[in-house]
Design a protein around this ligand. Structure first.
Ligand SMILES: NC(=O)C1=CN([C@@H]2O[C@H](COP(=O)(O)OP(=O)(O)OC[C@H]3O[C@@H](n4cnc5c(N)ncnc54)[C@H](OP(=O)(O)O)[C@@H]3O)[C@@H](O)[C@H]2O)C=CC1
Ligand SMILES: CC(C)(CO)C(=O)C(=O)O
Length: 570
């Protein structure tokens, strides 16, 4: 598999330092009290005017602490030392705020993730983790925790943290233990009080279960088929929880996005089956799936197979293919689909199903830019699809290792049927696995909301090689992005989307987008095909059908395609 080249600057998902005075928020951590959001979708709400400590006007993101309003450090667990704070080594942030932000820290102002420690030096970036990963035998890197920076002045090192927590919790601490933020809403958020019972300490090398040291390929367990009537009565989740019926969940295309979803489902004990090409399937089955983020690195055991027929019909199939992978990948999906199967394509761009169920004025339902010969529509029954919009940032340095930016938001919606219980159940399933899933009554509006960003950032990044912040940090390039969004909005309106956005607000980045390479830039760097059909071609195609001109997005798309050809051949 070709791997993305890590540029000499090391500026990748995890190792970032924006250079210019970008129109981004000042890197404050959103406050819990104000709802602390940290999603790209915050762009839809946009920054709000406020004043900083000097009384100057500035824009702040919803939930963001204005500079003058950052609360003083509270004396809760993990508070940094006063000395460190005075030296400017620590950001005086309440931990409750950090949890509320789900450790979704601004790359520009990113601080170590350890909830008990806020030292000065940035923690290891993705590049460091990769080095560490390659330096260790696979079996030995089940937990590739970030090695904390050496102590400088105040702050606790990892060992100190473990001991402190253990002391507070009244139990023994071990060096290397990782202290996790509480999984559930926590009294700290309201009171700031410390409740040791709520903290988890995990041993340093406990995972994955079921992967023996030699790395055996575990058999793919194929649960006994459940009587459909039973599942219907109990609902999917109900059936799974009763233990009388095992819900069968498969992930096909466990790349960056599919991998994040697979990891969370596996971690939650839902035993998803990953269906992949033989090499990836054996690697995943033998070594597990590793997720690396600012929180650390953890590997879970997964069931993986290249034999979709053996896995058989599933209750839910999540598909993480890129739009152009679908036609070739259908062979892997078909055996997983039975009459009750729900298929969830996790995609950027305009999906092939977009025109299903819309009125006849759009003519042919088929979008040739994404489903040229109608093979996808023929293979996936339209009534069994749940649309899905993905707010996750991830990269895949190896077939079983994912670098992840910490976001795990999926928006799901019915594509043609009215929203109902099956949508709720899939959302609940994802939530039960700690994925931030939401149901929307209008999945097409959600598709466009996300597409406004992808349609400009992805092809521009493929042409220029710029991370997203550098695109909006250059006024001329930002102008191109603005023009592309305006064209997209005109097409969206023509196909019936009434929701409007403020383009300038859409181009003010939330902290998590700083330094992010788009998936299209990652593909460009790795020599993989670009997802231009769904992100550019389909917008232009819908524009043609509705009489809306899209010259800018078509031009940038053409440049991106040409840049790929010059670099990688046709
Ligand atoms: N990456 C990101 O940050 C984001 C991506 N998205 C969107 O999510 C979707 C998925 O993207 P992403 O996860 O990045 O894609 P990746 O390229 O990381 O993953 C694609 C997966 O599909 C597999 N695959 C492709 N073709 C086949 C085939 N014919 N048979 C079997 N397996 C196949 C690949 O397997 P193999 O390794 O064997 O090639 C890989 O596991 C895209 O629409 C993307 O735009 C949305 C938000 C953010
Ligand atoms: C850039 C990002 C994460 C959000 O626009 C994305 O969706 C992509 O990389 O394709």
């Amino acid at each position: 598999m070709s791997r993305p080249r890590v540029p000499p600057s090391g500026r990748s998902l995890g190792n970032l330092r924006p250079l210019g005075p970008f129109p981004v928020s000042a890197g404050r951590i959103p406050s819990a009290a104000a709802g602390g959001l940290c999603h790209e979708n915050d762009a839809a709400r946009g920054p709000e005017p406020c004043r900083d400590a000097m009384g100057r006007k500035r824009l702040a993101w919803p939930g963001e602490c204005p500079a003058g309003a950052i609360p003083a450090r509270t004396a809760g667990p993990g508070g940094a030392s006063r000395a460190g704070e005075a030296l400017g080594r620590y950001r005086p942030v309440r931990l409750a705020d950090r949890w509320a932000a789900d450790l979704c820290l601004c790359r520009r102002a990113r601080r170590p993730h350890h909830p008990l420690r806020l030292p000065a030096r940035p923690h290891a970036g993705a590049g460091d983790l990769r080095k560490a990963a390659s330096a260790q035998p696979r079996q030995g890197h089940r937990r590739l925790s970030h090695r904390p920076a050496p102590r400088r002045g105040g702050g606790l090192d990892e060992r100190g943290c473990a001991e402190l927590v253990a002391r507070r919790a009244g139990g023994p601490g071990r060096a290397g233990d990782i202290v996790h933020r509480p999984r559930h809403p926590h009294p700290h958020r309201r009171t700031g009080a410390f409740d040791p019972a709520r903290w988890h300490c995990r041993p340093s090398a406990p995972l994955p279960r079921g992967v023996p040291p030699g790395g055996l390929t575990p058999p793919v367990t194929r649960p006994a088929p459940t009587h459909v009537a039973t599942r219907r009565r109990a609902g999917f989740l109900g059936a799974a929880r009763q233990g009388s019926a095992v819900m069968r969940v498969a992930i096909v295309g466990a790349g960056s996005i599919g991998g994040v979803v697979a990891w969370y489902l596996a971690k939650a004990g839902l035993k998803p089956t990953i269906v992949a090409r033989p090499a990836s399937a054996s690697l995943l089955a033998a070594e597990g799936l590793t997720l690396q983020s600012a929180k650390g690195s953890e590997t879970v055991a997964v069931q993986a197979t290249a034999d979709a027929g053996a896995a058989g019909p599933q209750d839910i199939v999540f598909v993480g293919f890129k739009a152009h992978d679908w036609p070739a990948g259908l062979a892997l999906i078909r055996p997983l689909i039975g009459p009750q199967t729900i298929v969830v394509p996790m995609l950027n761009g305009i999906p092939w199903w977009y025109l299903d169920g819309l009125d006849a004025r759009f003519g042919d339902r088929r979008l040739t830019s994404v489903d040229a010969d109608g093979a996808i529509a023929a293979a996936i029954p339209s009534g069994q699809i749940l649309g899905c919009v993905v707010y996750v940032g991830a990269n895949r340095p190896a077939a079983n290792v994912i670098d992840w930016n910490g976001r795990k938001r999926l928006i799901l919606g019915e594509t043609s049927a009215p929203a109902g219980s099956r949508l709720d159940e899939v959302v609940q399933l994802l939530k039960s696995a700690d994925i931030d899933a939401e149901a929307t009554p209008d999945i097409r509006a959600a598709v466009w909301q996300k597409l406004y960003g992808n349609a400009c950032f992805n092809p521009i990044s493929a042409v220029t090689g710029a991370t997203i912040d550098r695109i909006v940090g250059d006024p001329a390039v930002k102008g191109v992005a603005r023009a592309i969004i305006a064209e997209c909005m005109a097409v969206a309106e023509a196909v019936g989307i009434t929701e409007k956005i403020d383009i300038d607000q859409r181009l003010v980045l939330p902290p998590t987008m700083i330094g992010v390479k788009t998936s299209m830039l990652q593909d460009m760097e790795a020599g993989r095909p670009l997802e231009l059909g769904a992100i550019v071609g389909a917008v232009a195609e819908l524009g043609r059908r509705t009489g809306v001109a899209t010259p800018i997005i078509e031009s940038v798309g053409a440049l991106a395609g040409n840049a790929w050809q010059q670099r990688w051949g046709s």
